[in-house]
Design a protein around this ligand. Structure first.
Ligand SMILES: Nc1ncnc2c1ncn2[C@@H]1O[C@H](COP(=O)(O)OP(=O)(O)O)[C@@H](O)[C@H]1O
Ligand code: SF4
Ligand SMILES: [Mg+2]
Length: 335
């Protein structure tokens, strides 16, 4: 059974130009004790989803529909105080830049104590021990608890924000682009820390990324997000080896190292649509090399195929043929 189950979720931002539906009819299941990658290009609604789940949307953002079942409760219907009680303890969030998770004018020790004592009700003595244990767990020297964030490298700051997120032993951690700002070697080190902690602590994690190589390296499952919706999801091996959605096929060719080979990188032309006024029908249709007239007319639902693999594409039945075509760079030139 899923630890987290999102159904038909809608998140809307009020903007001068009108409502922006950044998450628009999203379905997602996150099983316990595994890492689910949430992947998609910039502007697809990944951070909005993470913030909505965690209850930390900006002022202009609201959940406007749907259901989020987590540990038997619908978070959408939970009171503000019940949500606060759950945050950090049951579910925690690592925001898109580690500097947002850390207070630049406070020593790491102070920040760690604040979470442990104020939110977790841990005694000062226990907070001291627990802070040192958490730092050790993420590969930082506990002596460094005396430092300020600016004294840390990017990778160390990311480790510190992971330690903070784990302080109260949540069952679900949402990490928003935790390695995006880091160079490749440090990326791997931080992903190794996340993998190791997931296994040791039996955690569930949502790892938000725009990079398929990160999914291939670190995740058990993957959900591919496009223009506010999930377009494909399933076990990583199945989705990366036999993608059923043209967007996923495009993404696997747009990033190096997904298959560990020397593939030519082929970007998908264009950009995700504005969520102020998204196109009718399949939202990927304007960029899809395989779009047919029917694709522009109505939106394909997310449907289960074989082996726990879901896809939202009218042409999913032709996926084997489309995959062969998608492997040719010319297919993506001027779709
Ligand atoms: N505070 C905001 N007000 C209005 N629109 C926003 C706001 N934050 C994000 N958006 C819009 O919501 C969409 C999704 O953004 P975001 O969740 O940040 O995507 P991602 O994390 O996938 O890059 C984008 O179209 C973005 O312009
Ligand atoms: S529904 Fe049509 S346009 Fe959308 S991804 Fe499938 S083939 Fe492409
Ligand atoms: Mg984002």
């Amino acid at each position: 059974m899923s630890l987290l189950s999102v159904r038909d979720l809608q998140v809307t931002y009020a903007s001068r130009a009108g409502p922006v539906r950044a998450v628009d009819g999203m379905d997602l299941d996150v099983p316990a004790a595994s890492i689910t990658g949430l992947v998609g290009e910039s502007g697809c609604g990944k951070s909005t989803l993470g913030r909505a789940l965690m209850g930390v949307l900006p002022e202009s953002g609201r959940i406007t529909g749907g259901q989020v079942m987590f540990e038997g409760q619908d978070l959408v219907r939970l009171s503000a105080s019940a949500q606060r009680a759950m945050r950090w303890r049951r579910m925690s969030f690592i925001p898109q830049t580690a500097m947002n998770a850390l207070d630049p004018v406070q020593r790491l020790r102070t920040q760690m104590f604040e979470v442990l004592q104020e939110r977790g009700g841990v005694s000062r003595r226990d907070a001291q021990q627990r802070s040192a244990a958490l730092f050790t767990m993420v590969g930082l020297d506990p002596q460094r608890l005396a430092d300020y964030p600016h004294q840390f490298s990017g990778g160390m700051r990311q480790r510190a924000s992971i330690a903070l997120a784990l302080a109260l032993s949540p069952s679900l951690v949402i990490a928003d682009e935790p390695v995006t700002a880091l160079d490749v070697i440090v990326q791997r080190q931080v992903l190794d820390v996340l993998r190791d902690l997931q296994a040791r602590l039996n955690l569930a994690m949502i790892l938000v990324t725009h990079d398929m190589a990160v999914v291939a390296y670190a995740c058990d499952r993957v959900a591919v997000m496009y223009a506010g919706r999930i377009v494909e999801s399933g076990p990583v091996a199945a989705v990366l080896e036999r993608p059923l959605h043209p967007y996923t096929m495009g993404l696997t060719h747009a990033f190096p190292d997904v298959h560990g080979g020397e593939d030519v990188l082929v970007p998908i032309e264009g950009a995700p649509p504005s969520l102020l006024n998204p196109p009718p029908g399949c939202r990927f249709a304007p960029r899809c090399p395989f779009a047919e007239p029917a694709c522009h007319a109505s939106s394909p639902p997310l449907r289960s195929g074989a082996s726990d693999h879901q896809v939202a594409c009218w042409r999913a039945g032709d996926a084997d043929v489309l995959r062969q075509l998608a492997a040719k760079p010319a297919t993506w030139a001027g779709a």
